[in-house]
Design a protein around this ligand. Structure first.
Ligand code: AMP
Ligand code: ZN
Length: 474
């Protein structure tokens, strides 16, 4: 790993500044990521948020921290209940396939599994205890058998979203849809049982949890009362995360989260991708359009998390081309590293310089609030300069090996290289296409080089009147 020249800085929504990241316990990071509400397939906007949360975890690990990451699954809330009822199913039967498709989608996108995926329905006792604690500290009231959080009782309310909570900004009860609340800002911790809704018999009465409660209960149960990082997209800042702070700090009197990291949305035609607008794409649809999940991974990760990303098919085309450049470069390096030591190529130390620059630029970019555009920029600068050096005969077999090792150093973070077995067929087809194009352009040096690159992969080409066929050697 390269020398630690710089510090990791993360933009903290709480301070609205990039802050140097220092974990609570040296060497360890505890992070919580708001997960999916499982009433439909995740759309690629949701997936964008899961991807960069995973990238943050991977980068922290790359920097040597031991990371514990928790992601909740919201499996009981209004939309789930409504849809399950419409389908004539209980919530468990209704949500099961969406939980499966969430796991399948993130696995295809190479998101590393979190340490745990607690579900709201499995945390009822912890949630009840949290409400009891809040009641003990004077933060709740009961109205019509539901328990509410009294926002006026928590002076820190608004510190994350910076909304005004003075008396004048408070609506009258009449303007609120929930008449029983004392103030429109107050929110339900525990909702009294209603006909046709799932409910649990608890010390708070028969009912179900409000949506915000689960994240406070699970995160503190699994990570402690104060932990390092909480992630989600910007739509969660208010009210969800503001309410999480009120619930958690109201109950413990301790700071809840040290770094609040929020990502921007994935948009379509400058509008947030969301089910209600009807402008969503799923991973499955992207695959049906002919793009591998890896292409989407690259397209979504190459834009830093705090930058709005307008989704277009052009961005997928660009991603596919970028991945192909990387793949061809890796093949080229392999080919050179297998070449004889005296084939005219010699090292003049230039490759080592390129590598040092690459690793330092990669880390500098990632340290700057996960600037992935800069990190990929460093990778493509390496590829461009190394290709030029290879053409000039300045890259020896051992240089090629060093270049490959350097590329592999960032692999645990970016994870965008093709996986041998799964990608072999497609990559061979692409190389054959490139070779045919070279032959058509009468660039025989290039077409021979590509044939040899394939041979180095154990792929033998046969040019037949019906086109080029290939088979694996041995
Ligand atoms: P949900 O399944 O709606 O609870 O959302 C799961 C995660 O996706 C949350 O962190 C949301 O903030 C995030 N999210 C929702 N829509 C988008 C979008 N268009 N772009 C990026 N993230 C989103
Ligand atoms: Zn949450």
């Amino acid at each position: 790993m390269p020398a630690r020249m710089s510090e990791l800085k993360l933009f903290n929504t709480l301070s609205r500044e990039k802050e140097t990241f220092v974990p609570l316990v040296a060497g360890q990071v505890r992070m919580y990521s708001c997960g999916p509400t499982v009433y439909n397939q995740p759309h690629i906007g949701n997936l964008r948020t899961f991807l960069w949360s995973d990238l943050l975890r991977r980068y922290l690990e790359w920097r040597g921290y031991r990371v514990t990451q928790i992601m909740n699954i919201t499996d009981v809330e209004d939309k789930i209940i409504r849809n399950a009822n419409a389908a004539g199913q209980d919530i468990y039967t209704y949500t099961a396939p969406f939980i499966t498709s969430f796991h399948e989608a993130i696995e295809k996108l190479r998101v590393k599994p979190a340490d745990a995926y607690p579900r709201a329905t499995q945390y009822i006792p912890q949630m009840v205890r949290l409400v009891q604690k809040l009641t003990g500290r004077g933060h709740t009231y009961v109205a019509d058998a539901s328990t509410y959080f009294r926002v006026a009782s928590f002076p820190g309310y608004g510190k994350l979203s910076r909304i005004e909570v003075d008396a004048s900004s408070d609506y009258s009860r009449i303007e609120s849809d929930e008449y029983e609340k004392e103030s429109a800002r107050d929110f339900a911790l525990w909702k009294a049982k209603k006909e046709g809704e799932p409910s649990w018999p608890t010390a708070l009465g028969e009912g179900r949890p409000g949506w915000h409660l689960e994240c406070s209960a699970m995160s503190m149960d699994l990570l402690g009362e104060t932990f390092d990082i909480h992630t989600g997209a910007v739509d969660l800042i208010f009210p969800h995360h503001e309410n999480e702070i009120a619930q958690s700090e109201g109950a413990t009197g301790k700071p809840f989260v040290r770094y609040w990291v929020h990502g921007e949305h994935l948009n379509v035609d400058q509008q947030k991708m969301s089910k209600s607008v009807g402008n969503i794409y799923t991973l499955h649809e992207i695959e049906e359009m002919g793009y591998q999940p890896l292409v989407l991974r690259y397209a979504l990760l190459s834009v830093p998390h705090r930058t709005k990303l307008n989704f277009t098919t052009q961005s997928l085309e660009d991603a596919r081309n970028a991945l192909q450049r990387i793949e061809l470069f890796l093949l080229r390096l392999e080919e050179i590293s297998r070449s004889a030591p005296h084939d005219g190529r010699r090292s003049d130390g230039y490759a080592d310089q390129l590598i040092a620059t690459f690793l330092s630029d990669f880390q500098k970019a990632m340290d700057d609030d996960l600037n992935t555009a800069g990190a990929f920029g460093a990778l493509f600068t390496l590829i461009r300069d190394a290709n030029t050096a290879i053409d000039a005969g300045r890259v020896s077999a051992s240089d090629a090996e060093s270049l490959r090792t350097a590329m592999m150093k960032v692999d645990p973070v970016l994870d965008i290289y093709p996986q041998r077995e799964e990608a072999l067929d497609e990559s061979v087809e692409k190389l054959i296409e490139a070779r045919n194009a070279a032959r058509k352009a009468r660039n025989f040096a290039e077409s021979d080089r590509l044939r040899d690159a394939l041979l180095a992969q154990g792929v033998i080409l046969e040019d037949t009147p019906g086109g080029t066929r290939w088979r694996k050697k041995g």
